[in-house]
Design a binder for this molecule. Structure first.
Ligand code: DGY
Length: 316
């Protein structure tokens, strides 16, 4: 039987890369300069059956078209926004992702970011490190997280895990999603503006679709207001980034804690100069434990595919 040819679009953690290398015929796309990648794909097209990537995986129409023998796309992420699902469906290409195993970590980070920005943890750390505690005394007073009204955009697996955590902090929970969830008592708003008007900490936890692109626009930020905090652990494209910068600079929005950006790894320079922002590098699922679990899911899905068994986490 032919060994599965696996195209790795981005560097992966050592464990996953070594496992893939030992089991399959591995092609590392990122080692080829961007301008020659299409030629690379065409040159190896006859031997590539699987594509593995992460939140930067670009399984777009052009890549898929260049790979006539592609059978499966497996992404080391729960998000599917970089995969042309329509094209995969058309071609009968199977798609898998890594849901569930990362839910806790992403939800933990959402709450961590909310607390970090309200309690100004990064600033307090810098205050101590640069000797100001000794020189000037205690750090300034900050703002409480416990008990705040929290609004969540998207009440899927991650949104629900965020809600449960925030509830444990005594926060009241409301949410907006495509439709009302029958199995929760959280307050539902069919309109994001109404949600923003009724919460102080707004957490974006939905998946990226054409409908949710820029779901947090200028109007939503203005409604959240100077006391409001925006936390984004979804995708950069959920928030109108230039408007976010303006709202923070002009004080129309109180603060923001952002894990995801529109053009990663680029972060708008203006944010670096702002004191009301906490930034992290799209690190929601980046713990040793979860990355191992995600890697195992990718491997198990590929194994299931090559032995014609049902996929563990099928998307298509
Ligand atoms: C994912 O896996 O899609 C998330 O972005 C992890 O943070």
């Amino acid at each position: 039987m032919e060994t599965l040819g696996v195209l790795l679009t981005v560097p992966m953690n050592q464990y996953l890369e070594e496992e893939l290398d030992s089991r399959y015929n591995l092609f590392r796309l990122w080692e080829t300069p961007p301008e020659s990648r299409l030629d690379f794909l065409r040159a190896h097209a006859g031997s590539i059956h699987a594509l593995v990537g992460d939140t930067n995986v670009v399984a777009d129409a052009e890549t898929i078209d260049a790979l006539p023998r592609l059978e499966i796309v497996s992404t080391f992420s729960v998000g599917l926004d970089k995969i042309d699902l329509h094209k995969c469906r058309e071609r009968g290409i199977r798609v898998t992702n890594t849901p569930d195993v990362l839910t806790d970590d992403v939800a933990d980070l959402a709450i961590g970011l909310a607390i970090a920005v309200l309690r100004r943890i990064p600033q307090a750390d810098r205050y101590v490190r640069c000797g100001s505690w000794k020189a000037k005394g205690n750090y300034q007073l900050t703002t409480k997280f416990s008990g705040k009204p929290v609004g969540i955009i998207g009440l899927g697996r991650i949104g629900m895990a965020v809600a449960k955590r925030a509830e444990a902090f005594g926060c009241s929970i409301s949410y907006h999603s495509r439709s009302e969830k029958p199995d929760t008592n959280y307050k539902y708003y069919s309109n994001v503006l109404d949600l923003a008007a009724n919460c102080q900490v707004l957490i974006v936890a939905c998946s990226l679709t054409p409908e949710t692109r820029h779901i947090v626009n200028r109007e939503v930020m203005d409604t959240l207001g100077p006391k409001g905090v925006l936390v984004n652990i979804g995708r950069g494209q959920h928030v109108d980034e230039p408007e976010l910068v303006k709202a923070l600079v002009e004080g129309r929005l109180g603060a923001a804690a952002i894990d995801v950006f529109e053009q990663e790894p680029l972060v708008p320079e203006e944010l670096f100069g702002l004191d009301n922002v906490v930034i992290s590098p799209h690190a929601g699922s980046d713990t040793l434990e979860t990355c191992k679990a995600m890697a195992d899911l990718v491997l198990q899905n590929l194994e299931a595919h090559s032995s014609s068994k049902p996929l563990l986490t099928p998307v298509l």
